[in-house]
Design a protein around this ligand. Structure first.
Ligand SMILES: Cc1cc2nc3c(=O)[nH]c(=O)nc-3n(C[C@H](O)[C@H](O)[C@H](O)COP(=O)(O)O)c2cc1C
Length: 152
């Protein structure tokens, strides 16, 4: 009985909820239309894969948080890394979480603004995204703050 319990737990583990975050840099200046296109594809794909999250674009940098089943996140991340519209994709983290922090959005989009730059300054101590200054928990707080949500 006991070993059965352990095995069934492990079988469920890869399908439980995970959160992934990364930063990247636009390969070339992106227009509003470019960003709209990235977002509309993302929303459709994420809806199909039960992935939620948020994407922020500030200056020339992206920071994105994705939540969903680990396998779905792996596949989405492979697609994202292969996308030549951005480069220097740097993984911040991938960790299991108990609840979604962005459950209402297939992909919320946060465009550059003075407020966004101020939040980045507060979190990163610099006027642009510094990946080294972020971990999965702080990046979740950063992006939630950009959406006007409490830190957790
Ligand atoms: C900054 C950025 C964020 C993206 N976010 C997502 C996303 O959240 N989900 C997704 O499926 N694709 C996302 N994409 C788009 C994928 O890279 C890819 O173009 C899209 O999923 C279609 O892939 P396919 O047609 O090669 O299968 C993003 C692309 C960029 C540049």
């Amino acid at each position: 009985m006991h070993s059965f319990f352990i095995r069934s737990n492990f079988a469920d583990w890869p399908r439980s909820l995970y959160r992934l975050a990364y930063t990247s840099v636009a390969s070339k200046p992106l227009s509003k239309a470019d960003l709209k296109q990235i977002l509309s594809t993302s929303v459709l794909r994420n809806q199909a894969d039960n992935i939620t999250g948020a994407l922020c674009f500030s200056r020339d940098a992206f920071v994105q948080v994705l939540e969903g089943a680990r396998y779905n996140l792996s596949i989405a991340f492979q697609r994202i890394v292969a996308d030549t519209r951005h480069k220097e994709v740097e993984l911040i983290g991938l960790e299991p979480v108990r609840v979604r922090a962005f459950g209402n959005w297939s992909m919320a989009f946060i465009d550059d603004s003075t407020e966004v730059r101020e939040i980045i300054l507060n979190h990163c101590g610099a006027d642009r995204l510094v990946t080294d200054a972020l971990d999965l928990s702080s990046v979740t707080g950063l992006v939630r703050e950009m959406l006007g949500k409490p830190r957790d």
